[in-house]
Ligand binder design. Structure first.
Ligand code: SAM
Length: 325
């Protein structure tokens, strides 16, 4: 087997492990961690049959780095698809990196030791157990750092569906017709499909999207919105439907530790606007907009969204913040 196809096979087997746990929730990861300590018989067979090549491959620093990157990306996707309010920071990236690097070295050591498939299966399960228990501690530490209260009741461990909407719906909620948009348009939190960006491009509007789970294409940036460089282009309109502001509201209500980070992010976006350009979003951010209005450089307009839900009445509007000076 060539090293290219071995690389692909190893990537595929990681993806397959995540898929085989698709029915489980983040809460299971903390409270029923043993469910993740298993390995499919076919995977053991494959690894044992190719053990010499795999040992050689995992001895290359570059191959290990690529696998670690893939594991981290898959872990984040698996986590974010279950609860969109989790957002691993750089320090968690470092913890994940250290853990996955060690995990791969432990797998290599297990392969070097094992003389039969049965021995390999036993060794692999022992390695997986330690690995998943360490990852569980990392996840638990994230939850208690970012959300007050007991781990058992932690809302970050609940499954929160992350809906994506049609382009027409997003534009109507934000209160925009195509003629209101100034090019180029940037859709922040554009979704895994980039529906609004695709739609606008079909209408010949220059549009781009940023999302940590963005599609792979020239018009999308797969980035965390906290790390994105909003000044990489002079945007005419920056849009954010049920993304940035939803997360800011969540943090305002439930994760006070992140409020400052969201405020800085919003100010960073506003600072990137030229006079005449704007940021448009829904839901509204009453606690933030009043501060922006005091600055004198921006004008805020609001448009009510009828939802008939008294508990979200205060944020049930779309807002547009224009740079006027
Ligand atoms: C509810 S979906 C809305 C998607 C789209 N705007 C729509 O209305 O259909 C929220 C999006 O925000 C993205 N998101 C959440 N946190 C993010 C972050 N820190 N950086 C980048 N994207 C993020 C998610 O990946 C998801 O695609």
């Amino acid at each position: 087997m060539s090293s290219i196809s071995l690389h692909d096979q190893l990537f595929a087997s990681i993806t397959q492990r995540f898929e085989s746990n698709a029915d489980l929730e983040l809460g299971d990861y903390i409270f029923s961690n043993s469910l993740f300590h298993t390995i499919a018989k076919e995977q053991v067979e494959f690894i044992f049959a190719h053990r010499l090549e795999i040992i050689e491959h995992l001895g290359l620093a570059e191959a290990v780095n690529e696998l670690v990157e893939h594991c981290i990306e898959s872990t984040k996707r698996y986590t974010y698809e279950r609860n969109q309010f989790v957002n691993f920071t750089t320090e968690y990236d470092e913890l994940l990196n250290a853990e996955f690097t060690d995990f791969i070295h432990q797998i290599r050591a297990a392969l070097q030791k094992s003389r039969s498939e049965a021995e390999l299966a036993t060794e692999m399960i022992a390695v997986l157990k330690v690995h998943h228990e360490r990852l569980r501690l990392i996840m638990a530490s994230y939850c208690v750092t970012y959300q007050d209260g007991s781990l058992k009741e932690n809302p970050l461990l609940r499954t929160v569906p992350c809906e994506e909407y049609s382009a027409e719906f997003q534009l109507s909620v934000m209160g925009f017709g195509l003629h209101d948009l100034i090019e180029p348009v940037l859709d922040v939190g554009c979704g895994t499909k980039g529906t609004l960006v695709d739609y606008l491009r079909r209408q010949s509007i220059a549009a781009f999207g940023v999302d940590r789970l963005a599609p792979e294409s020239a018009f999308f940036f797969r980035n965390d919105w906290f790390d994105f460089d909003y000044s990489c282009q002079q945007w005419g309109s920056i849009l954010a439907h049920q993304s940035l502001s939803t997360h800011f509201v969540y943090s305002y209500l439930h994760q006070p530790v992140s409020i400052e980070k969201f405020t800085r992010l919003m100010m960073n976006i506003l600072a990137s606007l030229e006079v005449g350009s704007f940021l448009g979003y829904a839901p509204g951010l009453p606690f933030f907009e009043t501060e922006v209005e005091k600055m004198g450089k921006f004008k805020v307009t609001r448009r009510k969204i009828s939802m008939h839900l008294p508990e979200v009445e205060q944020i049930a509007y779309s807002a547009k913040i224009y740079r006027v000076k």
